[in-house]
Ligand binder design. Structure first.
Ligand SMILES: [Zn+2]
Ligand SMILES: [Zn+2]
Length: 216
């Protein structure tokens, strides 16, 4: 019987070299050290001083124009906004721009509806990078992952060959044993339930094997 241990390796442990599709030419490109996007085919090269961070709702914590973000954008309040009638906190409606497009202006004036009294009040808004779950993109430049397979149940993806192999080892194991240092963010804990379900295990393992074959 194969045994697998959730050893606390999180997705971030595989993020040193992420295989992605170049947002400019579509060739295989790389996100290195979570701060550099580089494409050997078209010489696209973008660098960031530090990895991008996101709030729990998926909005970037950076308040900049984000020329190095290639994923979707979400509209948020530019600062604290309050209802003009009752003083309740106010948010603009959650609007999203799909990946591949950019907002015309990063800042905008919008209207927010107060959840307390229903009054509409003006809100200064800005567009910021959005990290959406299960969208098949990496969280540093928002580029599309190279190792990705759409299945009937969801998207199977990996950052690189080593990551795909680690996922396969874990999925393929007959017995899953949790290690002593596991936390909520470990790789196994972060896998969606459908990938861990016994009935999907063979299909997911086949997808991961194809990703491993595809990786260079
Ligand atoms: Zn390119
Ligand atoms: Zn109000």
């Amino acid at each position: 019987m194969t045994r697998s241990r959730d050893d606390g390796a999180g997705t971030q442990d595989f993020a040193d070299d992420i295989a992605v599709l170049c947002p400019r030419c579509g060739a295989l490109a790389h996100v290195l050290a979570r701060t550099r996007l580089t494409c050997p085919a078209c010489s696209l090269h973008q660098t960031r001083p530090r990895p991008r961070l996101f709030a729990a709702d998926g909005a970037s914590l950076e308040r900049t124009a984000a020329p190095d973000w290639h994923g979707p954008f979400v509209q948020i309040a530019a600062g604290p906004a309050r209802c003009s009638r009752c003083g309740n906190g106010l948010s603009p409606p959650r609007r999203v721009i799909a990946a591949g497009k950019r907002p015309d202006n990063m800042t905008d004036a919008g209207e927010g509806r107060c959840a307390g009294c229903g009054e509409d009040s003006p809100v200064e808004t800005l567009w910021t990078p959005l990290l959406a779950a299960a969208q098949g993109r990496e969280p540093y430049f928002g580029t599309r992952l190279y190792l990705l397979e759409e299945t009937g149940r969801g998207v199977v993806w990996a950052y690189n060959r080593r990551h795909a192999q680690a996922l396969l080892d874990w999925i393929a194991a007959d017995l899953r044993e949790r290690g002593p240092s596991t936390g909520a963010r470990t790789m196994a804990a972060m896998l969606p339930g459908w990938m861990k379900a016994a009935r999907n295990r063979d299909a997911v393992a086949k997808s991961l094997n194809r990703l491993i074959d595809q990786s260079v």
